[in-house]
Design a protein around this ligand. Structure first.
Ligand code: PBG
Length: 323
């Protein structure tokens, strides 16, 4: 059927009709807000490259969770800035470490909040790498110890889901086995499966104080040039028991998201990362773009590409103004 029998503009002329035939709609249910928690009390340090985001002490974090709930954001992912760092990241698995204490406080005061904990070592190691360093590179299998220990501790403190972001081979299996052995067989794992070695993480590393002190992450995170390899990463994590798979970053990787959605019958997440957020904020500050429309278009495009879940620093702003 073609012109003049068919005219695609017929369905675009009326706003009600346009809404009726809208294929993709982002809602607050799709969104996870990342939050940064630090030691102290009444601390709310602005993160310069991520306007509107803060390093928060636990008391401030709890208040933020309440205000997120008020606008309908019911899921957060926590990143910790610890008092002390060590060589392995094992320090993050102590019961009195920053993330377990944050989980305790949120679960006590905001019980309806779905709390996800990022599981990784880079925020907790002196060298800023995501695992145990041996001879100048991250040792894959030695890194399992702290990842499994963190996951079990977070589970014991009542976290709702763990999200390993380290990119070691086999870590989903090890975490699954570790959780199951402790009786946490119902704890879901959201795996950062296809995580690229991306320059878009720059602002986050300032926020989480997690930049590598030497070298880079290219021996464990993926080459941005590769797409088939992303499918292998996703396949591996699914086989190892991941409940939700993730592509990260989002915007330069919409093709990977679409391939993943077409191929796997699995819930799929994408991380709209700090650099993607910072670019929008910087251009908006200069008055060069319409911030609200850009945010809506970005989130819609990530969902349209095939994601069910979006981790985004825009979550609160979206909930307050854009839905
Ligand atoms: C930790 C981790 C990173 C991000 C999420 N978890 C940083 C990194 O891998 O260097 C990035 C998030 C963002 O940029 O918003 N491994």
């Amino acid at each position: 059927m073609s012109f003049p029998l068919t005219r695609l503009r017929r369905l675009r002329q009326n706003p009600v009709l346009r809404d009726m035939v809208t294929e993709t709609k982002v809602t607050v249910d799709d969104l996870i807000m990342p939050l940064f928690v630090c030691p102290g009390s009444k601390v709310k340090n602005p993160i310069p490259s991520m306007p509107g985001n803060y390093q928060m002490s636990i008391d401030v974090l709890v208040e933020e969770c309440k205000s997120l709930m008020d606008v309908g954001i019911r899921a957060i992912i926590l990143f910790g800035i610890p008092e002390e760092k060590d060589d392995t990241g094992m320090i993050a698995a102590h019961d009195d470490a920053i993330i377990p204490r944050a989980i305790d406080a949120i679960k006590k005061d905001v019980p309806g909040m779905f709390v996800i904990a990022d599981v990784c070592n880079c925020e907790y190691t002196t060298h800023g790498h995501c695992g145990v360093v041996v001879n100048g590179d991250v040792d894959n299998d030695l890194t399992f110890n702290s990842l499994v220990a963190q996951s079990i501790t977070f589970a014991r403190h009542g976290v709702d889901m763990v999200a390993p972001s380290d990119m070691m081979d086999g870590r989903v299996l090890k975490i699954r086995q570790g959780l199951d052995a402790e009786g946490y067989y119902m704890m879901p794992i959201m795996a950062y499966s296809a995580k690229y070695a991306s320059a878009f993480y720059g602002p986050f590393r300032d926020a989480a104080e997690s930049a590598p002190q030497f070298g880079d992450r290219r021996s464990y995170q993926m080459n941005p040039a590769n797409s088939d390899e992303a499918i292998r990463e996703l396949e591996f994590d699914i086989a190892e028991g991941a409940d939700i798979i993730m592509v990260k970053p989002a915007l330069s990787y919409l093709d990977i998201i679409r391939r993943a959605k077409d191929r796997f019958n699995m819930p799929l997440a994408a991380y709209n990362v700090s650099g993607e957020f910072a670019m929008v904020k910087a251009a908006a500050e200069k008055g060069w773009i319409d911030e609200d429309r850009i945010i809506l278009e970005i989130l819609t495009s990530i969902k349209r590409a095939g994601t069910d879940i979006i981790l985004t620093y825009h979550a609160k702003h979206f909930a307050e103004k854009l839905q």
